[in-house]
Design a protein around this ligand. Structure first.
Ligand SMILES: NC(=O)CC[C@H](N)C(=O)O
Length: 430
Protein backbone atom coordinates (compact mmCIF):
# COMPACT_ATOMS: atom_id res chain seq x y z
CA UNK A 1 0.00 0.00 0.00
CA UNK A 2 1.26 3.45 -0.85
CA UNK A 3 2.44 5.63 2.01
CA UNK A 4 0.23 8.62 2.72
CA UNK A 5 1.03 11.96 4.26
CA UNK A 6 -1.40 14.45 5.75
CA UNK A 7 -0.86 17.84 7.26
CA UNK A 8 -3.42 19.89 9.12
CA UNK A 9 -3.27 23.65 9.09
CA UNK A 10 -5.34 26.05 11.09
CA UNK A 11 -6.25 28.79 8.67
CA UNK A 12 -7.62 32.27 9.08
CA UNK A 13 -9.78 33.34 11.97
CA UNK A 14 -13.00 35.24 11.49
CA UNK A 15 -14.25 37.16 14.52
CA UNK A 16 -17.91 36.63 15.37
CA UNK A 17 -20.28 38.19 17.80
CA UNK A 18 -22.03 34.86 18.39
CA UNK A 19 -21.46 33.02 21.64
CA UNK A 20 -21.52 29.24 21.93
CA UNK A 21 -24.74 27.64 23.15
CA UNK A 22 -23.07 26.21 26.23
CA UNK A 23 -20.03 26.79 28.36
CA UNK A 24 -20.46 30.56 28.67
CA UNK A 25 -17.24 31.46 26.81
CA UNK A 26 -16.81 33.26 23.51
CA UNK A 27 -15.10 31.67 20.54
CA UNK A 28 -13.99 32.80 17.14
CA UNK A 29 -14.94 31.15 13.90
CA UNK A 30 -11.93 29.01 13.07
CA UNK A 31 -11.47 27.72 9.54
CA UNK A 32 -9.78 24.33 9.74
CA UNK A 33 -8.46 22.64 6.67
CA UNK A 34 -6.86 19.31 5.95
CA UNK A 35 -4.60 19.30 2.94
CA UNK A 36 -5.63 16.70 0.35
CA UNK A 37 -4.11 13.29 0.85
CA UNK A 38 -1.09 12.83 -1.33
CA UNK A 39 0.32 9.46 -2.15
CA UNK A 40 3.92 8.71 -2.83
CA UNK A 41 3.14 6.40 -5.75
CA UNK A 42 0.09 8.27 -6.98
CA UNK A 43 -1.11 5.35 -9.08
CA UNK A 44 -4.84 4.94 -9.72
CA UNK A 45 -4.36 1.16 -9.56
CA UNK A 46 -3.52 1.42 -5.84
CA UNK A 47 -7.15 2.42 -5.25
CA UNK A 48 -6.37 5.10 -2.69
CA UNK A 49 -5.59 8.08 -4.85
CA UNK A 50 -7.77 11.11 -4.17
CA UNK A 51 -9.36 12.78 -7.16
CA UNK A 52 -7.01 15.78 -7.49
CA UNK A 53 -9.58 17.69 -9.55
CA UNK A 54 -12.25 17.64 -6.80
CA UNK A 55 -12.58 20.98 -5.09
CA UNK A 56 -13.76 21.85 -1.62
CA UNK A 57 -17.45 22.44 -2.26
CA UNK A 58 -18.95 21.76 1.19
CA UNK A 59 -18.57 22.99 4.77
CA UNK A 60 -19.20 21.45 8.14
CA UNK A 61 -19.80 24.23 10.65
CA UNK A 62 -19.85 23.22 14.31
CA UNK A 63 -21.50 25.11 17.13
CA UNK A 64 -18.11 25.70 18.78
CA UNK A 65 -17.23 27.99 15.88
CA UNK A 66 -14.98 25.65 13.92
CA UNK A 67 -15.47 25.38 10.16
CA UNK A 68 -14.28 22.37 8.18
CA UNK A 69 -14.05 22.71 4.40
CA UNK A 70 -14.82 19.38 2.72
CA UNK A 71 -15.74 17.71 -0.55
CA UNK A 72 -19.27 16.54 -1.17
CA UNK A 73 -20.01 13.03 -2.47
CA UNK A 74 -23.75 12.78 -1.79
CA UNK A 75 -26.77 15.03 -2.07
CA UNK A 76 -26.45 18.82 -2.10
CA UNK A 77 -28.17 21.07 0.44
CA UNK A 78 -27.93 22.44 3.97
CA UNK A 79 -28.83 20.30 7.00
CA UNK A 80 -28.51 20.64 10.76
CA UNK A 81 -27.89 17.73 13.15
CA UNK A 82 -25.87 16.52 16.13
CA UNK A 83 -22.42 15.21 15.21
CA UNK A 84 -21.28 11.91 16.73
CA UNK A 85 -18.27 9.75 15.93
CA UNK A 86 -18.42 6.01 15.32
CA UNK A 87 -15.30 3.87 15.79
CA UNK A 88 -16.50 0.75 13.90
CA UNK A 89 -14.09 -0.50 11.27
CA UNK A 90 -16.83 -2.19 9.23
CA UNK A 91 -20.59 -1.97 8.80
CA UNK A 92 -21.01 1.53 7.34
CA UNK A 93 -24.13 0.41 5.46
CA UNK A 94 -25.75 -0.93 8.65
CA UNK A 95 -24.90 2.40 10.30
CA UNK A 96 -26.45 4.35 7.43
CA UNK A 97 -29.71 2.40 7.73
CA UNK A 98 -29.90 2.23 11.56
CA UNK A 99 -32.95 4.43 12.40
CA UNK A 100 -31.38 5.29 15.79
CA UNK A 101 -29.12 7.78 13.97
CA UNK A 102 -32.04 10.05 12.99
CA UNK A 103 -31.10 13.65 13.82
CA UNK A 104 -27.36 12.92 13.70
CA UNK A 105 -24.37 13.25 11.39
CA UNK A 106 -22.15 10.21 11.78
CA UNK A 107 -18.40 10.71 11.49
CA UNK A 108 -16.51 7.47 10.88
CA UNK A 109 -13.09 7.36 12.57
CA UNK A 110 -11.98 4.60 10.19
CA UNK A 111 -10.11 6.76 7.68
CA UNK A 112 -11.24 5.02 4.51
CA UNK A 113 -14.87 4.24 3.79
CA UNK A 114 -16.71 2.88 0.77
CA UNK A 115 -14.31 0.09 -0.19
CA UNK A 116 -17.01 -2.61 -0.38
CA UNK A 117 -19.77 -0.44 -1.84
CA UNK A 118 -23.32 -1.30 -0.79
CA UNK A 119 -25.51 -4.38 -1.29
CA UNK A 120 -29.14 -5.37 -0.86
CA UNK A 121 -28.64 -7.70 2.13
CA UNK A 122 -27.04 -5.42 4.72
CA UNK A 123 -29.86 -2.94 5.26
CA UNK A 124 -31.11 -2.43 8.84
CA UNK A 125 -34.22 -0.62 7.62
CA UNK A 126 -35.74 0.45 4.32
CA UNK A 127 -34.45 4.01 4.54
CA UNK A 128 -31.43 5.97 5.69
CA UNK A 129 -32.56 8.09 8.62
CA UNK A 130 -29.29 9.72 9.65
CA UNK A 131 -28.76 13.30 8.46
CA UNK A 132 -25.34 12.91 6.87
CA UNK A 133 -22.09 10.95 6.67
CA UNK A 134 -18.67 12.48 7.43
CA UNK A 135 -15.53 10.59 6.40
CA UNK A 136 -11.81 11.20 5.90
CA UNK A 137 -11.28 9.44 2.62
CA UNK A 138 -13.72 7.97 0.13
CA UNK A 139 -12.45 4.84 -1.55
CA UNK A 140 -12.53 5.43 -5.30
CA UNK A 141 -12.28 1.74 -5.96
CA UNK A 142 -15.17 -0.48 -4.86
CA UNK A 143 -14.67 -4.21 -4.66
CA UNK A 144 -16.92 -6.87 -3.14
CA UNK A 145 -18.76 -9.89 -4.55
CA UNK A 146 -22.07 -8.64 -3.11
CA UNK A 147 -21.67 -5.01 -4.18
CA UNK A 148 -24.50 -3.59 -6.28
CA UNK A 149 -23.48 0.08 -6.31
CA UNK A 150 -20.97 2.56 -4.98
CA UNK A 151 -21.48 4.35 -1.69
CA UNK A 152 -21.56 7.74 -3.49
CA UNK A 153 -24.33 6.64 -5.87
CA UNK A 154 -26.28 5.14 -2.96
CA UNK A 155 -26.15 8.38 -0.95
CA UNK A 156 -27.07 10.52 -3.93
CA UNK A 157 -30.05 8.28 -4.84
CA UNK A 158 -31.29 8.47 -1.25
CA UNK A 159 -30.85 12.24 -1.10
CA UNK A 160 -28.39 11.88 1.75
CA UNK A 161 -25.46 14.25 2.30
CA UNK A 162 -21.94 12.86 2.52
CA UNK A 163 -18.65 14.74 2.82
CA UNK A 164 -15.02 13.66 2.76
CA UNK A 165 -11.48 15.01 2.88
CA UNK A 166 -11.67 16.73 6.26
CA UNK A 167 -9.59 16.01 9.34
CA UNK A 168 -11.90 13.49 11.06
CA UNK A 169 -9.25 12.75 13.67
CA UNK A 170 -9.06 16.39 14.80
CA UNK A 171 -12.87 16.60 14.89
CA UNK A 172 -13.13 13.40 16.94
CA UNK A 173 -10.66 14.80 19.50
CA UNK A 174 -12.76 17.94 19.66
CA UNK A 175 -15.94 15.87 20.25
CA UNK A 176 -14.22 13.89 23.00
CA UNK A 177 -13.18 17.12 24.71
CA UNK A 178 -16.31 19.23 24.17
CA UNK A 179 -18.89 16.42 23.99
CA UNK A 180 -21.28 15.89 21.07
CA UNK A 181 -21.66 19.12 19.07
CA UNK A 182 -24.46 20.35 16.86
CA UNK A 183 -23.43 21.30 13.37
CA UNK A 184 -24.55 22.27 9.91
CA UNK A 185 -23.43 20.60 6.74
CA UNK A 186 -23.83 22.69 3.61
CA UNK A 187 -22.93 22.69 -0.07
CA UNK A 188 -24.58 26.07 -0.60
CA UNK A 189 -21.92 28.68 -1.30
CA UNK A 190 -24.49 31.49 -0.96
CA UNK A 191 -24.78 30.90 2.79
CA UNK A 192 -22.25 32.68 4.98
CA UNK A 193 -20.26 30.95 7.72
CA UNK A 194 -22.07 33.08 10.29
CA UNK A 195 -25.49 32.02 8.99
CA UNK A 196 -24.55 28.36 9.27
CA UNK A 197 -23.04 28.89 12.71
CA UNK A 198 -26.22 30.61 13.86
CA UNK A 199 -28.27 27.68 12.49
CA UNK A 200 -26.16 25.14 14.39
CA UNK A 201 -26.61 27.10 17.63
CA UNK A 202 -30.35 27.56 17.20
CA UNK A 203 -31.13 23.84 17.02
CA UNK A 204 -31.11 21.11 19.66
CA UNK A 205 -31.74 17.36 19.51
CA UNK A 206 -32.71 17.24 23.19
CA UNK A 207 -36.45 17.05 23.80
CA UNK A 208 -37.45 16.20 20.20
CA UNK A 209 -39.61 13.13 19.51
CA UNK A 210 -37.65 11.55 16.64
CA UNK A 211 -39.36 8.18 17.06
CA UNK A 212 -42.64 9.19 15.36
CA UNK A 213 -40.77 9.78 12.08
CA UNK A 214 -39.04 6.40 12.00
CA UNK A 215 -41.66 4.01 13.45
CA UNK A 216 -43.92 1.95 11.16
CA UNK A 217 -47.42 3.34 10.63
CA UNK A 218 -49.39 0.09 11.06
CA UNK A 219 -48.72 -3.43 12.45
CA UNK A 220 -47.14 -6.10 10.26
CA UNK A 221 -45.85 -9.68 10.58
CA UNK A 222 -42.11 -10.39 10.30
CA UNK A 223 -40.92 -13.83 9.12
CA UNK A 224 -37.33 -13.54 7.79
CA UNK A 225 -34.66 -15.38 9.75
CA UNK A 226 -30.92 -14.79 9.63
CA UNK A 227 -29.74 -16.37 6.37
CA UNK A 228 -28.66 -19.92 7.46
CA UNK A 229 -25.41 -19.43 5.57
CA UNK A 230 -24.56 -16.53 7.92
CA UNK A 231 -26.06 -17.89 11.15
CA UNK A 232 -23.42 -18.49 13.80
CA UNK A 233 -25.36 -19.77 16.80
CA UNK A 234 -27.89 -22.46 15.94
CA UNK A 235 -27.48 -24.95 18.78
CA UNK A 236 -29.46 -23.29 21.56
CA UNK A 237 -32.99 -23.18 20.13
CA UNK A 238 -35.73 -25.32 21.66
CA UNK A 239 -37.97 -25.24 18.59
CA UNK A 240 -41.12 -24.02 20.34
CA UNK A 241 -42.66 -20.94 18.75
CA UNK A 242 -43.15 -17.91 21.00
CA UNK A 243 -45.47 -15.08 20.02
CA UNK A 244 -43.66 -11.77 20.37
CA UNK A 245 -44.91 -8.24 19.83
CA UNK A 246 -42.07 -5.91 18.84
CA UNK A 247 -42.63 -2.20 19.51
CA UNK A 248 -41.01 -0.32 16.65
CA UNK A 249 -39.27 2.76 18.02
CA UNK A 250 -36.93 2.60 15.00
CA UNK A 251 -36.29 -1.14 14.97
CA UNK A 252 -33.26 -2.63 13.24
CA UNK A 253 -34.15 -5.57 11.00
CA UNK A 254 -31.46 -7.74 12.52
CA UNK A 255 -33.27 -7.73 15.89
CA UNK A 256 -36.27 -9.19 14.05
CA UNK A 257 -34.13 -11.70 12.15
CA UNK A 258 -32.49 -12.91 15.39
CA UNK A 259 -35.86 -13.25 17.18
CA UNK A 260 -37.19 -15.17 14.18
CA UNK A 261 -34.11 -17.42 14.09
CA UNK A 262 -34.74 -18.20 17.77
CA UNK A 263 -38.22 -19.39 16.82
CA UNK A 264 -40.40 -16.35 17.54
CA UNK A 265 -43.54 -15.44 15.59
CA UNK A 266 -43.33 -11.68 15.45
CA UNK A 267 -45.85 -8.88 15.02
CA UNK A 268 -44.22 -5.46 14.71
CA UNK A 269 -46.38 -2.59 15.97
CA UNK A 270 -46.01 1.21 15.80
CA UNK A 271 -44.61 3.18 18.74
CA UNK A 272 -48.10 4.51 19.57
CA UNK A 273 -49.80 1.08 19.58
CA UNK A 274 -52.00 0.94 22.72
CA UNK A 275 -50.84 -1.43 25.47
CA UNK A 276 -54.42 -2.71 25.84
CA UNK A 277 -54.45 -3.78 22.17
CA UNK A 278 -51.09 -5.49 22.57
CA UNK A 279 -52.35 -7.45 25.59
CA UNK A 280 -55.48 -8.53 23.66
CA UNK A 281 -53.15 -10.25 21.18
CA UNK A 282 -52.03 -12.48 24.06
CA UNK A 283 -48.28 -12.42 23.34
CA UNK A 284 -45.72 -14.58 25.16
CA UNK A 285 -43.36 -11.62 25.29
CA UNK A 286 -42.87 -8.02 24.21
CA UNK A 287 -39.75 -6.42 22.78
CA UNK A 288 -39.09 -2.68 23.04
CA UNK A 289 -36.71 -1.76 20.23
CA UNK A 290 -33.84 0.66 19.71
CA UNK A 291 -34.71 4.12 18.46
CA UNK A 292 -33.41 7.65 17.94
CA UNK A 293 -33.12 10.62 20.27
CA UNK A 294 -33.97 11.50 23.80
CA UNK A 295 -36.01 8.95 25.80
CA UNK A 296 -37.47 11.81 27.87
CA UNK A 297 -39.03 13.26 24.72
CA UNK A 298 -41.44 10.34 24.32
CA UNK A 299 -43.48 10.13 27.57
CA UNK A 300 -46.26 8.31 25.68
CA UNK A 301 -43.85 5.42 25.07
CA UNK A 302 -42.87 5.29 28.76
CA UNK A 303 -46.59 5.13 29.65
CA UNK A 304 -47.11 2.20 27.25
CA UNK A 305 -44.16 0.36 28.80
CA UNK A 306 -45.55 1.00 32.30
CA UNK A 307 -48.93 -0.43 31.32
CA UNK A 308 -47.29 -3.63 30.10
CA UNK A 309 -44.89 -4.13 33.01
CA UNK A 310 -45.64 -7.21 35.09
CA UNK A 311 -48.29 -8.50 32.66
CA UNK A 312 -45.99 -10.19 30.13
CA UNK A 313 -42.20 -10.80 29.92
CA UNK A 314 -40.45 -7.82 28.31
CA UNK A 315 -37.07 -7.25 26.70
CA UNK A 316 -35.65 -3.80 25.94
CA UNK A 317 -32.80 -3.00 23.58
CA UNK A 318 -31.07 0.43 23.69
CA UNK A 319 -33.94 2.98 23.50
CA UNK A 320 -36.16 0.12 24.76
CA UNK A 321 -33.80 -0.32 27.73
CA UNK A 322 -33.91 3.44 28.49
CA UNK A 323 -37.73 3.51 28.31
CA UNK A 324 -37.84 0.51 30.67
CA UNK A 325 -35.45 2.31 33.04
CA UNK A 326 -37.82 5.29 33.15
CA UNK A 327 -40.95 3.10 33.42
CA UNK A 328 -39.40 1.35 36.44
CA UNK A 329 -38.99 4.74 38.12
CA UNK A 330 -35.40 5.52 37.11
CA UNK A 331 -33.88 8.48 35.29
CA UNK A 332 -31.92 8.77 32.05
CA UNK A 333 -29.25 11.36 31.28
CA UNK A 334 -27.28 12.55 28.27
CA UNK A 335 -23.69 11.32 28.13
CA UNK A 336 -20.78 13.52 27.08
CA UNK A 337 -20.25 11.95 23.65
CA UNK A 338 -22.00 8.60 24.01
CA UNK A 339 -20.91 5.21 22.76
CA UNK A 340 -20.84 4.48 19.04
CA UNK A 341 -18.68 1.60 17.91
CA UNK A 342 -18.16 -2.12 17.53
CA UNK A 343 -15.72 -2.96 20.32
CA UNK A 344 -17.13 -1.83 23.68
CA UNK A 345 -16.24 -4.19 26.53
CA UNK A 346 -19.17 -5.02 28.80
CA UNK A 347 -19.07 -7.10 31.99
CA UNK A 348 -21.95 -9.46 32.60
CA UNK A 349 -22.22 -9.11 36.39
CA UNK A 350 -23.97 -12.45 36.76
CA UNK A 351 -21.32 -14.58 35.06
CA UNK A 352 -18.28 -12.30 35.43
CA UNK A 353 -17.68 -12.74 31.70
CA UNK A 354 -16.67 -9.86 29.46
CA UNK A 355 -18.51 -9.47 26.16
CA UNK A 356 -17.26 -7.29 23.32
CA UNK A 357 -20.31 -5.42 22.09
CA UNK A 358 -21.59 -3.03 19.43
CA UNK A 359 -23.04 0.16 20.89
CA UNK A 360 -24.84 3.24 19.66
CA UNK A 361 -26.32 5.56 22.26
CA UNK A 362 -25.96 9.07 23.69
CA UNK A 363 -28.24 8.55 26.69
CA UNK A 364 -27.92 6.15 29.61
CA UNK A 365 -29.90 5.00 32.63
CA UNK A 366 -28.66 6.37 35.96
CA UNK A 367 -28.41 3.20 38.08
CA UNK A 368 -28.58 5.18 41.35
CA UNK A 369 -32.09 6.35 40.41
CA UNK A 370 -33.52 2.86 40.13
CA UNK A 371 -35.79 1.41 42.81
CA UNK A 372 -34.85 -1.60 44.95
CA UNK A 373 -35.15 -4.99 43.26
CA UNK A 374 -33.89 -3.70 39.89
CA UNK A 375 -30.52 -5.31 39.20
CA UNK A 376 -27.76 -3.85 37.03
CA UNK A 377 -26.78 -6.97 35.07
CA UNK A 378 -24.20 -5.43 32.70
CA UNK A 379 -21.63 -2.64 33.03
CA UNK A 380 -19.72 -0.84 30.27
CA UNK A 381 -16.07 -1.33 31.23
CA UNK A 382 -14.86 1.83 29.46
CA UNK A 383 -16.74 4.18 31.77
CA UNK A 384 -18.67 2.06 34.28
CA UNK A 385 -22.07 3.09 32.88
CA UNK A 386 -25.14 0.89 33.15
CA UNK A 387 -25.33 -1.51 30.19
CA UNK A 388 -28.12 -3.88 31.23
CA UNK A 389 -30.96 -4.31 33.71
CA UNK A 390 -33.16 -7.02 35.10
CA UNK A 391 -36.22 -6.94 37.33
CA UNK A 392 -37.07 -10.59 37.93
CA UNK A 393 -40.29 -9.82 39.86
CA UNK A 394 -41.78 -8.42 36.65
CA UNK A 395 -39.97 -10.60 34.07
CA UNK A 396 -38.00 -7.63 32.75
CA UNK A 397 -34.63 -7.77 30.99
CA UNK A 398 -32.85 -5.11 28.95
CA UNK A 399 -29.55 -4.18 27.33
CA UNK A 400 -28.18 -0.73 26.49
CA UNK A 401 -26.24 -2.13 23.56
CA UNK A 402 -26.83 -4.37 20.52
CA UNK A 403 -26.89 -8.18 20.95
CA UNK A 404 -28.16 -8.40 17.33
CA UNK A 405 -25.07 -6.59 16.05
CA UNK A 406 -24.43 -7.19 12.41
CA UNK A 407 -21.67 -7.37 11.15
CA UNK A 408 -20.94 -8.22 14.82
CA UNK A 409 -19.46 -8.85 17.35
CA UNK A 410 -21.72 -11.74 18.36
CA UNK A 411 -20.69 -12.26 22.00
CA UNK A 412 -24.07 -11.06 23.30
CA UNK A 413 -26.34 -13.06 21.00
CA UNK A 414 -27.22 -15.33 23.94
CA UNK A 415 -29.42 -12.52 25.27
CA UNK A 416 -32.05 -13.65 22.73
CA UNK A 417 -31.92 -17.16 24.25
CA UNK A 418 -32.36 -15.61 27.71
CA UNK A 419 -35.49 -13.84 26.47
CA UNK A 420 -36.83 -17.17 25.15
CA UNK A 421 -36.13 -18.74 28.58
CA UNK A 422 -37.86 -15.83 30.33
CA UNK A 423 -40.97 -16.41 28.18
CA UNK A 424 -40.75 -20.17 28.72
CA UNK A 425 -40.51 -19.87 32.53
CA UNK A 426 -43.36 -17.38 32.61
CA UNK A 427 -45.55 -19.69 30.47
CA UNK A 428 -44.76 -22.71 32.67
CA UNK A 429 -45.61 -20.84 35.87
CA UNK A 430 -48.95 -19.45 34.60
N1 LIG B 1 -29.63 2.83 19.48
C1 LIG B 1 -30.53 3.40 20.25
O1 LIG B 1 -31.61 2.88 20.54
C2 LIG B 1 -30.20 4.78 20.75
C3 LIG B 1 -30.99 5.17 21.96
C4 LIG B 1 -31.04 6.68 22.18
N2 LIG B 1 -31.50 7.31 21.01
C5 LIG B 1 -29.66 7.21 22.55
O2 LIG B 1 -29.02 7.88 21.78
O3 LIG B 1 -29.19 6.94 23.64
Amino acid sequence: MAATTMTTTLGFVLPTSLSPRRGGFRVSVIRCSASPLTTSTGSAASGIVEKPWSTYDARLVLEDGSIWPAKSFGAPGTRVAELVFNTSLTGYQEILTDPSYAGQFVLMTNPQIGNTGVNLDDEESEQCFLTGLVIRSLSISTSNWRCTKTLADYLTERNLMGIYDLDTRAITRRLREEGSLNGVLSTEQSKTDEELLHMSRSWDIVGIDLISDVSCKSPYEWVDKTDPEWDFNTNTRDGKPYRVIAYDFGIKHNILRRLSSYGCQITVVPSTFPASEALKMNPDGILFSNGPGDPSAVPYAVETVKELLGKVPVYGICMGHQLLGQALGGKTFKMKFGHHGGNHPVRNNRTGQVEISAQNHNYAVDPTSLPGGVEVTHVNLNDGSCAGLSFPAMNVMSLQYHPEASPGPHDSDNAFREFIELMKRSKQSS
